[in-house]
Structure formats: C-alpha cells, structure tokens
Design a protein around this ligand. Sequence first.
Ligand code: FMN
Length: 368
Amino acid sequence: MLKTRLTELVGIKYPIIQAGMGPFPVTSLCIAAANAGCLGLCSTFGTTSRKSNPVVFEDFCKQAHAELDDDDVTIFKKMFTRIYNETNEGTVFGANVMVSAEVKENAMNVMKAIKEVRQDPAVAERFKVLVTTAGDPVPWAGFVKEQGMIWMHVFPGVRTAARCKKAGVQVLIASGHEGGFHTAWQPVHSMTLLPDIVEKFSDENTLVCGTGGYCDAKSLAAALAMGADGVQMGTRFLATEESDFCDLWKKLVLDCGDGGTLIARGFVGPARWLRTPAAQQHAYNTAKDAPGSYVGVPDDFSKIPMDLLVAERHGVAATYNGDAERAMAGAGECAQRITDLPPCADMVQKIAAETEEIICGLKSKYVV
Ligand SMILES: Cc1cc2nc3c(=O)[nH]c(=O)nc-3n(C[C@H](O)[C@H](O)[C@H](O)COP(=O)(O)O)c2cc1C
C-alpha cells in the first residue's frame, strides 16, 4: 500500500490529487476521484462567468444541479452539496480557488459558499481541503485558519513558495510548465522545479507535491523519488470515463501526437493547448501580438488586441459544439502519453499498483 505524508494528512488512500480545471466543470469527476480514494477537487474559477462562455456556464450549472438564474454563491453551494451527497463516507474532497487580484470577487463568493456549507459538521468533516492557486496566498490565511481547512497552494516558482511558507500553507504544489492550460510566464518544468521546492521548503510542517506532467506510475514514482509527498494530475483525469469534459475534448487528448501541445495566449496569461489547427494559428498570432508569452514577460493587457484574447472563448465554444476545425482545448504535454478513457477507480488502482512495483523493483534492478 502506498502511504505518504499526504495520504496521512488528508485521510485518502492514494497520494493523488485530481486537479480542479476551471472554468470547466469537473463536478462528476471530483465525485469519481474522491470515491476512487484520491483527493477530489472541483473547479470554481470563471465557472459562473455567464457572458464569456454561455455554453460552459450552462454545463457548469447542470453539473452543479443548479438553476441558470441562481446567484453565484447559491450555484457553488449546490455544487458542494451535490459532491457531498454523492461521495462515500470516509472520502475527502475540496475546492480549487484561483485567488489572483483580477478574480478576487469570484474567490470571495466561493469562500462565502464554503463557509455556509461547512456549517454542517458532517459536510465539514469531508469537505476539508482548500486549494488556492494563481496568486498570493498570504491575504487568505485568515479565512483558511478560521475554517480549519487543510490548505494547499499551487504555484510555479520559488518566490510564491516562500509566500506559501509565510502564509502557513500546509501543502505546496509545485506546478511545472508541462501542465495543462494556464501556465506561468516563467517556464520552469517539473524536473527542475519539484526537487528545488522539496530541497528549499519541505519540512515537518510543510508537505510538497508536484503537478504538471504526472499521469502514470512512472511519473508518480519519480515524484516520490524526488522527495514529493504526492502529485496532482489534471490531463490524466480529464481523459476518464466520468470526466465532465465533452467528447471532442477527450478525443483531442487521445489524438494528441508527439509534441502535440503548444503555448499560446490565454485570457489570464500563457496557456497550454492541444495542437489543433485553430490553436496553431492562435500561437502564430500570439508570437506576433503577445510575444511575452514566449519570453517570460507579462504582456501589458492594454496593448494586446482584444481579438487575440477573445480567440480563447471562440475556440473553447467550438470544442463544446463539436467543431474540430475551430476547436481549442487546453491540456498538458502528457496528453501524448494518454491513450485510453478508463473509469477513475480502475485507472487509480493501476497507477498505485504499478508505482508500488516500480519502487520495490528499483533496488534489485539497480543496486549491485
Ligand atoms: C483544461 C484545464 C483547465 C485548468 N484550469 C485550472 C484552474 O481553473 N485552476 C487551476 O489552478 N489549475 C487549472 N488547471 C491546471 C490543473 O489544475 C493542473 O495543475 C494541471 O493540469 C497539471 O498538469 P497536467 O495536466 O500535466 O496533469 C487546468 C488544467 C486543464 C487541463
């Protein structure tokens, strides 16, 4: 059995976190991942943005068992309640909340909903993890401490890891540049970032997990060998039977060939897309109009043509509409290693069993 500090702290069977993937709903996926023994996370960022992508908003409400005219806090509460109702006793779930300045209002609504549903002690016992991301964790320390939740924060570099330490974040999730969809301006990959963060920040009070590129036993075993306490997987969970992502999105992951992803401007910064014709064109436009995405310098929003940013919405809407020619779909580099759409429980059990085999086999294979 795989036992790490993450499984002990959170009370889960496997050292695997299923990533939140906003603005897209992963509500059914979160339920399946939690029931499979992982930490299941739901998406919140951008999910209630009615105008920017109505088709995504409708899908989010449907998965949350909410009405289209519910206010945001009510939608989030209904989603958390559905997850609680459909996950088994003894399982654990949490919310992924983007906290950068531009989306502060959304984050405040999510926190309000979390506070309200967790007033029921039975819910609080299983809805016990908050994963903040894409911003400074320090201003949120008061809320998390008041809630008594296990706090994790996702970040792409050493500077934010230091802010996590200052804030009292318990689990640092180091996000490598291989990862799906929105990535950091400074491209540091998991093989460099994870051991760096482990060496600088892992101690008796602080756990470290990796995310970005982890999708199977080999990559999980490698993360553990680098000193991590677990991993977060996004693209691997996106391509599962229970995942809420639409059929074309999953097909594009399965069709992803060698080098089948690219970076191009997303609304909130550089983003990793599957290499569809529309994404490729978008990458050329990015190189022309927002080159900071490639040289690690944040663009000045006011100077980028609005068309470039709106392309993301159109591409995503095309994916939801099944239009492969115009589709744009976010996913990580590891998409090129993913060839099936298994049920979550089968996938997780296979990864765990093979990871144990790898770890146990290393000594006889390499130590003479
Ligand atoms: C389609 C998609 C949407 C995502 N949206 C979010 C998000 O809203 N918030 C966040 O913190 N990370 C988001 N991510 C990143 C994941 O949480 C995770 O860190 C990443 O997928 C890990 O890399 P992997 O895809 O190689 O597993 C998203 C990833 C994908 C593929």
